[in-house]
Design a protein around this ligand. Structure first.
Ligand SMILES: [Zn+2]
Length: 140
């Protein structure tokens, strides 16, 4: 039996100024709602997210884990989940990744007051895609 179905990323975050949910990844990615650049960083979020997707792909043949087998607990895991489903759909379609990501995210959630998260997740998906596509040359 496998005890851990995928890699856990125990990190959630909200902006101290405006309360937006986001990940302050990299060296200076600002809050997607108010633009605050925080001192708190999760610098290697992109590589952790890419690792989780590569782990899933190697072990299960898909980037996402079916929701009945696993569900995200933290904001990081929720974002990785969204990106993983996006990658699974993109793999069947190919074409322009950024355009696909935009259209996919429009349909994925009723973003409502969290519409800033849509662009944030798209930016993350683009960064993760660079790492994952390099590691799986030709497969995605
Ligand atoms: Zn903010």
């Amino acid at each position: 039996m496998v005890s851990e179905i995928t890699l856990r990323i125990p990190y959630s975050h909200t902006c101290p100024k405006c309360g937006a949910y986001y990940i302050p990844y990299g060296k200076d990615v600002p809050c997607p709602r108010c633009g605050l650049v925080e001192e708190e960083r999760f610098e290697d979020f992109i590589s952790k997210a890419a690792l989780a997707l590569l782990y899933n792909y190697a072990n299960y043949g898909s980037f996402s884990i079916p929701p009945e087998d696993w569900s995200p607990v933290t904001l990081s895991e929720y974002i990785v989940h969204v990106v993983s489903v996006l990658f699974d759909y993109y793999k069947q379609r190919k074409g322009d990744f950024e355009k696909f990501a935009e259209e996919f995210l429009d349909l994925f959630e009723e973003w409502g007051e969290h519409s800033y998260l849509k662009k944030h997740i798209k930016d993350i998906a683009l960064e993760v895609y660079k790492v994952v596509s390099k590691n799986l040359s030709g497969e995605i």
